[in-house]
Design a protein around this ligand. Structure first.
Ligand code: C5P
Length: 230
């Protein structure tokens, strides 16, 4: 619990399916959802618009803490605004993900986003999706999950998603980008991507998001978490 609110964390690398599964669980439970990656993406986008370089840690940290940004869901699709402008599409681009992984390695930014992330913990509960939800942001979460999948499968999933959006990127380029992003996320000094000691690790390589969700529900049930028992 965090301030009396129950929390389930889902961490893992990009393409592990945690976004889809987190949304499904939040819907099922009737809980709030935190897509922490979107906060790093918003910070990166705001920094780009304001032309703040990666090296200016103080300016990036103050931007992360003070940016005028919102995240919400309409018809199951994430909507994001920055200074009142709809930036939902820009936020989902590969380019933005790459920029986000750079600003996410800046300690001042990670620190500045802590309060923003914790503010999402409101009754009845929160499903928090990210890289360090169970290790750093919500260390006392009731249930911690860590999703993995082979890098080939993750690149294939991302390729399919982009294709559906009409974006044509070669699978090879995508695999390389994902590999670099994994490397940066796993090796940064602060909050590197890793499963919390008390996290349940689920390999989703051969599972659909529905099958992953079906494996998680009994774990929540065992922890006394259900739609009517938040
Ligand atoms: O999950 P998503 O791809 O939107 O995240 C974008 C980037 O933000 C990741 O590659 C990672 O570097 C960073 N991130 C992070 N910690 C989180 C969530 C995302 O460092 N909790």
């Amino acid at each position: 619990m965090s301030g009396g609110v129950h929390i389930v964390t889902i961490d893992g690398p990009s393409g592990s399916g945690k976004g889809t599964v987190s949304r499904a669980l939040a819907d099922h439970l009737g809980w709030h959802l935190l897509d922490s990656g979107a906060l790093y993406r918003l910070t990166a986008l705001a920094a780009q618009l304001k032309r703040i370089p990666d090296a200016d840690e103080a300016a990036l940290a103050s931007l992360a803490a003070g940016m005028n940004a919102t995240l919400s869901y309409r018809g199951g699709v994430e909507q994001a605004t920055l200074d009142g402008e709809d930036v939902s599409d820009a936020l989902r681009s590969e380019h933005c993900g790459e920029l986000a992984s750079r600003v996410a390695a800046v300690p001042g930014v990670r620190h500045a986003l802590l309060d923003r992330q914790r503010a999402f913990a409101r009754p009845p509960g929160l499903v928090a999706d990210g890289r360090d939800m169970g290790t750093v942001v919500f260390p006392s979460a009731r249930v911690k999950l860590f999703l993995t999948a082979s890098s080939e499968e993750r690149a294939l999933r991302r390729h399919k998603q982009l294709k559906q959006k009409g974006i044509d990127v070669s699978l090879r380029t995508l695999s390389e980008d994902i590999g670099q992003r994994d490397e940066r996320d796993a090796n940064r000094s602060l909050s590197p991507l890793r499963a919390a000691d008390d996290a349940r690790v689920i390999d989703s390589t051969r599972l659909s998001p529905e099958e992953v969700t079906a494996r998680i529900l009994p774990l929540l049930e065992a922890a006394g978490i259900g739609p009517n028992r938040a």
